[in-house]
Structures are given as structure tokens and as C-alpha cells.
Design a protein around this ligand. Sequence first.
Ligand SMILES: *Cc1c(COP(=O)(O)O)cnc(C)c1O
Length: 377
Amino acid sequence: MKLDTKMIHGGVFGDPHTGAVSVPIYQVSTYKQKRVGEHAGYEYSRTGNPTRAALETLIADLENGARGLAFSSGMAAISTFLSLFNTGDHLIVGDDVYGGTYRVISRVFNRMGLNVTFVDTSDPDAVRAALKPNTKAIYMETPSNPLLKVSDIEALSHIAREAGALLAVDNTFLTPYWQNPLDLGADVVIHSATKYLGGHSDVVAGIIVTKDAQLGEELHFLQNSIGGILGPQDSWLLMRGIRTLGLRMKQHERNAHMLATWLSEHDRVQKVYYPGLAQHPGHEVAAKQARGFGGIVSFDVGSAELADQVMEKARYFVLAESLGAIESLISVPARMTHASIPAERRRELGITDGLIRISVGVEDGEDLLMDLEQALS
Ligand SMILES: *Cc1c(COP(=O)(O)O)cnc(C)c1O
């Protein structure tokens, strides 16, 4: 089955009892048992729900994994993954991971004695150098936010395997439509499904997919024990979003590529970050491991004043946090998503006051270009 067909026919298609072509919303908490312990596959909806199960099967299918699990948010998925580890275990985590991931690791899981080294995962040697005898996992995002740094999934999977550690990849930015980390050697894929998978700014959800059924079973044990599950309505909304993922990702990519190219030639733009541009430092690795470069572009206009002007004058780009939905969004990372990073550290990383991040939507590309043109002038 080709990828675009798999988006529509993957997972569970429709309802065998009625012929309905979409999976029904099973708004139910408990299930009748014939005799004690004898039931039709479901006993209580924290443990399993048919609508959530259909979503979990679909996403496992799309990521080429053995088991999918759906959570109430990306952070619930990430926290459940982190609950695999014990006091004294060591993890290597990307130094520019999502702020919420950094926060839960450094302010919650640190209290349970999880040791973490934050390193630049785009440098495999730095990752290798950070290994310790008790390293149990490497956790990375590629491309990362907001500078779109690219990490080599296959190279890190070899380092993880030699060390007997798991490799977990947050695949939120590219989605299984463009990138399949499990095929490149990762053990676990994580998503904030709030972003592209949902795609319409109307649901908060998280996903884990494992390559191996045994690890999937362990994570299901944790999902059921901790309880951060996705409800049936949101599971249904997420499945509806995923069915058009291919159409949306192609249009996001087309628009982003066009705008990144145009911005890189604009006088008032000092620097453009987009892995699809040949001059991007991660371009080659990105082209090797992914089928597309995604819909997020960052660019530096040199000053907070000009960045403010662009924010104020943009009409189609909505000033908001988050990303990955049909409508274009614009933000200034230094004062929004990355404000909690100390100013000096931000400068070291390149997250300047003039850095603007756009999540390019699926509108007409010409309209988006004209909007940025008038906002920059
Ligand atoms: C948004 C985001 C998260 C957190 O997901 P929520 O659904 O907001 O809990 C994790 N990783 C990345 C890359 C994100 O963009």
C-alpha cells in the first residue's frame, strides 16, 4: 500500500457492525462481562476503549510500529515514557528539546533521581562522549525548535544499540508522512498529536509508538497505571485529522519551501533556518532520513523592533504559540515559547530577539508571501 492510500485505509477502517465508514465514538467507561473475567476485549476504558484502540492501531500502522498508545497530551505521553526508568538511571537528552520536555525532566523526574545530560544531538560524537555505564536512553527531536537543527537518527541508533540504551525520537515536526524513525533504528516514537496529526487547533493529544511489542506492553502497563489516556471524542477527532495528513503535509511543505527560499533573498532578513534549503547545516542528513522538510521556518530580522512590526502587521499569520495546524501562525521564540531560557543562553543558541518562527499553514502560498512582504516593508 502506498503512503497516501495508507493514510486513508490504514488502521481500522469503519465499523463492521453497521457498515459506518468512520469508527464510532464509543462514549463508554465500562463493559458488560458474560461471566467474571469473560468479556469482548474491553473491561474498563482507562485500560482500553474501542475508539482509542482504532486510533492506536492507525498510528502504529503509520509509524511502522508494533504498538501505538494515545494520551491526553504530548506531555502525558512523554511523562509516561520517562516513567520506564528507575532512580539512578541516566538519560541523554537533546539540549534544545521542547520546553515542556525540559521542564518535566529537570523539575519533576529529577526529584525521582533520574540523571540527565543535555547535549547537542546533532553532533553524534557529543552524544557518544556523554554515555555512562548507566545510560538507559537517548531522547531527541529532529528537526528541533526553533532553529530546525537536524540530528542523524540512524547514527544515534547505532550509538544507543552499542550502549544497550533505547533511542526515543519526538517526531512531532515531520510526522510519519515525512519521517519514520522506527525504520531508521529508533525504538520509540513520540508525538505531540496536538500539532500536525490533529492539524486543526482543536485537540490536545499525545502518542507513543514502539517498534517492539514487549516494550509496547510495558508502556501500556504504565499508560493504564498512570492513567493519562485520550478520551473517545478526542481519539475520534484525531483520527479524522490524520486521514488528511498527507494532503496537509504536502501543502505545508510546498508553502514553507517557497517562503523560505523567498525570505533567504530578502534584504531585511539576515538569516533563514529551514532544512529544505541547501545552505542549512542539516540539509544533507535531513534529505537522507526524511521524505520532506516540513512546514516550520525560522528567520532572523536582526532586531526586536522589526520583529514586533512583522507580528503587528501580519494578517494571515496569527500571533500564537503552537504549530502544525491548517492556519499559519507566527511567534517570537525569545519572548514566547523560549522566554524561560536565560537571555545569555538564548544568545549562545542563536535564539535572538529578532528571531521569528512561522508555522506555515495550508492557505494559498501567494497570499502568505504578500502578507509577509507587506509586514516586513
Ligand atoms: C507541543 C510539543 C510537545 C508537547 O505536547 P503537548 O501536546 O502540548 O503536551 C512535545 N514536543 C514537541 C516537539 C512539541 O512541539
